[in-house]
Design a protein around this ligand. Structure first.
Ligand SMILES: [Zn+2]
Length: 476
């Protein structure tokens, strides 16, 4: 009789906030059952000699179903997550254009989303929801209590101006009500009030910070300016100033209402400086996210290669911006790193900057980029890498205790990494449906060879398991 379901032997376990230890790890019933030496027998043994064993990454910024069928995206894009050792994805969903292309109450629409994803996700998954109407704001208490949705989103740039269609009325896009600072205020107020009923949780609002009235001016200027309409132009059309103003506005309202906020995908030095100053000024619980692409891509390098595959909001900035982000990742000002994965095909990028769809995939590179560029190249400790990719998003989004560390009782979600394997990134390697890759040609050192989700081997040596086994995460 075997005592355990699975035993991971001889690896170096990376424990966030603690350190690295050489120990075996045993799994029973999908959870970590023991950590130590001579743990005995198991049904299945994985030899991790010479490997680092990290807690599976929690990719906290994802867009399942934004441009494609929700179920198909769940299957193909969470498969890509496994390649890089991500075992949980937290995906954004909103009503309006794209996604399900409709509006209505979340009590009707959210069960449809859950049904579409159920049985198709290779990773465990949860959703952040964006209340686009006043009616949806009223649903916040029941979304928390009944569906375990404990994080929400507001897009500061869906106001007055729809860039894709050049419409001066963004309501065609949001299919919502007046989507302005008043809406944001109501949203923050409701989250703060609901928080009172849930002292055990951290309810939060995630913010996409770009200011649309300023964007309008700069977009017009860049369009009429005669410069090449490339990714540099896109950055100039949505300059860092628009992020700074949006961050400042959001921070005042967050401070006033007392709601917890997360500032998403801060794109460069100006945005991060503004955010750090705002956090100091308002003293509220304000956490900062940066993305892989803002850390390791710059618009000049992408423009030299050509194409619009790297179009994303907020735009890719300069190499100096990336260097600044790495410094704040290193010194702990940045709380977590995420992919902002949105599977977007080349045909939807096209060769015209303005109608090109924003976003692209990257979930498979979460650990590889942090290990290669962060640990090997910049000396960031592996424990800190595990905090950035796993522990900190788990704590921010009410998953701690199940996700984010290697500890007895936590889910057995593991990334077993060959720290020295060099890998040149190609679209094929990432097992995403996306047919191009802005990271193409980047070489990383450190690559996951086995990914374990809930005690099951979900990916090994380049191959995913046949059956997706990911489960919905009720985060309340
Ligand atoms: Zn996003």
């Amino acid at each position: 009789m075997s005592r355990y379901d699975l035993l991971v032997k001889n690896g170096v376990l990376v424990l966030p906030f603690h350190g690295e230890i050489r120990a075996d790890l045993a799994v029973s019933g999908g959870r970590i059952a023991a950590i130590g030496e001579d743990l005995g027998d198991a049904e299945e043994v994985v030899d991790a000699a010479g490997r680092a064993v990290l807690p599976g990454a929690v990719d906290a910024h994802f867009h399942l179903g934004i441009y494609r069928d929700m179920g198909l995206d769940a299957r193909e894009e969470t498969r890509s997550s496994l390649v890089g050792g991500a075992t949980t994805v937290l995906s954004y969903f909103r009503t309006g254009r794209h996604y399900l292309d409709r509006t209505g109450p979340y009590r009707e629409i959210f069960p449809e989303v859950l049904a579409a994803v159920e049985g198709r996700s290779f990773t465990d998954y949860g959703f952040h929801l964006a209340p686009m109407t006043v009616g949806q704001i009223d649903e916040i208490p029941s979304l928390v209590a009944e569906h375990g949705v404990s994080s929400f989103k507001y897009y500061m740039f869906y106001k007055g101006f729809d860039l894709a269609t050049d419409s001066r009325d963004a309501r065609a896009f949001t299919m919502g009500d007046e989507y302005d600072l008043g809406h944001l205020y109501l949203l923050l107020e409701r989250i703060a009030a609901t928080q009172e009923d849930h002292p055990e949780l951290r309810l939060s609002l995630s913010l996409h910070c770009e200011q649309s009235e300023l964007m309008r001016v700069f977009v017009d200027r860049v369009r009429d300016g005669g410069e090449p309409q490339n990714l540099r132009a896109y950055s100039e059309a949505r300059p860092p100033l628009t992020e700074r103003v949006a961050i400042a506005e959001a921070a005042v309202l967050a401070g006033h209402t007392g709601a917890n906020v997360n500032l998403l995908h801060l794109s460069g030095a100006d945005a991060l400086r503004e955010a750090v100053a705002a956090r100091r000024r308002h003293g509220t619980d304000m956490r900062f996210e940066v993305t892989l692409h803002h850390l390791c891509l710059d618009h000049d390098a992408l423009d030299a290669r050509g194409g619009l595959g790297g179009k994303v909001n907020p735009p890719i900035r300069t190499a100096a911006d990336s260097a600044h982000l790495w410094e704040r990742v290193r010194d702990g000002q940045v709380d977590w790193v995420a992919s902002d994965h949105a599977c977007c095909m080349e045909e939807h990028k096209g060769d015209d900057l303005w109608p090109a769809r924003p976003g692209f995939g990257g979930t498979a590179l979460l650990y590889p980029v942090l290990i290669s560029e962060g640990h090997h190249r910049r000396g960031i400790p592996l424990t800190r890498v595990a905090e950035l990719a796993s522990a900190n998003p788990a704590r921010a989004y009410n998953l701690w205790g199940r996700k984010g560390s290697l500890a007895v009782g936590f889910d057995a979600d593991l990334a077993i990494v060959d720290m020295d394997r060099e890998q040149r990134v190609t679209a094929d390697l990432l097992l995403s449906a996306q047919d191009h890759c802005p990271f193409e040609g980047v070489t990383v050192r450190g690559w996951p060879e086995t990914t374990i989700v809930g005690g099951r081997i979900a990916y090994r040596d380049g191959k995913p398991a046949d059956t997706p086994t990911g489960a919905y995460l009720h985060r309340a």
